[in-house]
Design a protein around this ligand. Structure first.
Ligand SMILES: [Zn+2]
Ligand SMILES: [Zn+2]
Length: 304
């Protein structure tokens, strides 16, 4: 992989990036402090963005100080970056059958929620976990219970924070490959904490849903409406896929360069029912500037 070019090291843009009628952003690096992600997202042409608030594959969280959080809020207001989405660390498994690992996961997820509240983020995205060693149905129950346990005593409503359950590619024992499974976790948590869903296009495609053909997209959105409800999807992850539909292989590709293709993203971005959603890419950076190009590719698909 090519070395990532840091947009913060480039001269600042002379003109404000062109914005669209849709909220479009990308997962942005928090290098040098999480507040730097806001400046980066703006320079990448985003009006929304996603970050990690801890290293994605380590348990130790980033240090967050009050001035950093204040700076994040100031930059978000200045650049109208809304919403801020935080993606949970990949190690967290709230369906774990191992009591020690479950305890560690609940503590880590609680930390994710506390940092999301401190950063005034609107959304915290979570993969529902792995049910290895149990039945899938039991896994869904365990995840819902562990999410509820993680939030004890924290006021998500006051903090305006919603937990988003993300659909997954469905490899091995991962929960959440079907919309019904995501809907079930939401059902169990409704009334307990603010919950909704994040739908990832790559995961949807490799889990077997057709979003490539026009009829397939129509049917998949109808299925989403019937299970989760389109209004309960405030964030979409817009990733093209390296692998084939139904392969269960979660490999993200640049927008328009994979097995999903541009037309599917055009239909999604312009669907009037999704006008309030944020569309966030989690595409690879193979060449310097790929992040900016993927944001531009999504924006170019939006009809004025
Ligand atoms: Zn995703
Ligand atoms: Zn993925």
């Amino acid at each position: 992989m090519a070395r990532e070019q840091d947009i913060l090291k480039l001269p600042s843009p002379k003109r404000a990036p062109r914005l669209t009628s849709r909220r479009i952003g990308i997962h942005t690096s928090s290098a040098g402090g999480v507040q730097n992600a806001a400046e980066r997202a703006y320079r990448l042409g985003c009006n929304t963005f996603q970050v990690f608030s801890s290293s994605p594959r380590q348990w130790a969280p980033y240090e967050l100080s009050r001035p950093q959080c204040a700076e994040m809020s100031r930059l978000r207001e200045k650049y109208e970056l809304k919403p801020l989405v935080i993606h949970t660390n990949y190690l967290v498994n709230l369906a774990s059958m191992n009591p020690l690992f479950l305890k560690k996961s609940i503590e880590a997820f609680r930390g994710e929620i506390e940092r999301a509240l401190n950063l005034c983020a609107e959304y915290l995205v979570l993969h529902p976990g792995s049910f290895r060693g149990a039945e899938r149905e039991d896994g869904l129950l365990r995840t819902a219970a562990a999410i509820a346990a993680s939030t004890k005593g924290l006021d998500l409503v006051k903090g305006n924070l919603t937990i988003l359950i993300e659909n997954t590619a469905g490899a091995e024992y991962s929960l959440g490959a079907s919309f019904e499974q995501v809907a079930e976790v939401l059902e169990r948590l409704r009334g307990v904490i603010p919950v909704a869903a994040c739908i990832d296009t790559c995961h949807t495609h490799v889990a077997g849903y057709d979003i490539v053909s026009e009829a397939g997209m129509r049917e998949t959105l109808a299925r989403l409406e019937a299970t989760i409800g389109l209004k309960n999807i405030p964030v979409w992850h817009c990733n093209d896929a390296k692998a084939a539909r139904g392969s269960k292989l979660d490999r993200h590709q640049h927008i328009g360069k994979g097995s999903i293709g541009l037309e599917a993203f055009r239909r999604l971005l312009n669907d009037p029912r999704l006008g309030q959603a944020a569309f966030i890419a989690e595409t690879p950076i193979d060449e310097p500037g790929d992040d900016k190009r993927n944001v531009a590719a999504l924006k170019a698909l939006v009809k004025k």
